[in-house]
Design a protein around this ligand. Structure first.
Ligand code: CA
Length: 225
């Protein structure tokens, strides 16, 4: 799952974007001022950031600079009500990758995000993941085992994708939580174990691609084929 940080102080705008992106399958963390945003940047890793320019405490441009000072190449989109060309240039110099002037159509935001996530900094952009007789199509989000379609929920899909990308390695619950859930996730809950079991039932019911092992006290491992 792609994780997005959204820093926007206007509550209505923030919840509009957050809801829209969640519906598209992105995991979204929200902050309402620049400092709160920076705290999340320090704590989590994101695939993309959407920063409003005018923010309390630390504005979007200053936050963008801080992100770049940390040598993070995460794509950043700046939202702004201002649309003067000079200001745009100033923003791009500060390390933002793109701009969106408010008001904007939500589809426009999605298109810009997709364009950025396709850029070369994103190493793993293949469209399919293959594990034994299982094939995950990352674009259509379809999973097949021996050509039979397996219906997975969005979370199950993300979890399986994460396990396949790390096949053979032990992944901890914390790693899974970080990559598959967003920050509202309670690490003490048994949600991950529940989802692992859902997945096991679905992919082991056929001639599965290798079992998901439970490593006691550590986490899980998907056995390579
Ligand atoms: Ca604002």
């Amino acid at each position: 799952m792609m994780r997005v940080l959204l820093v926007e102080d206007e509550k209505k705008m923030s919840s509009f974007i957050e809801r829209g992106l969640s519906e598209e399958g992105y995991g979204v963390d929200t902050a309402f001022d620049g400092e709160e945003g920076l705290a999340l940047v320090n704590k989590n890793s994101y695939d993309l950031m959407i920063l409003d320019w005018m923010l309390p405490k630390l504005d979007g441009l200053a936050l963008c600079k801080k992100v770049r000072e940390k040598k993070l190449k995460t794509p950043i989109i700046i939202l702004t009500a201002k649309d003067a060309v000079e200001e745009k240039i100033q923003g791009l110099d500060g390390g933002a990758d793109d701009y969106l002037t408010k008001p904007f159509a939500f589809d426009e935001l999605l298109a810009r995000m997709r364009a950025m996530l396709r850029r070369p900094h994103d190493i793993q952009k293949e469209s399919q993941l293959i594990q034994g007789n299982l094939c995950m199509d990352l674009l259509s989000r379809e999973v097949r085992i021996n050509e039979k379609v397996i219906i997975l929920s969005q979370k199950e899909f993300s979890l399986l994708e994460f396990l396949i990308r790390h096949k053979g390695d032990v992944v901890t619950r914390t790693q899974i939580a970080e990559h598959v859930w967003d920050q509202s996730f309670d690490p003490m809950s048994n949600t991950i174990d529940v989802y692992i079991n859902f997945l096991r039932k679905k992919i082991d019911s056929l001639e599965g691609p290798g079992r998901i092992e439970t490593i006691r006290g550590a986490g899980y491992r998907l056995l390579p084929e």
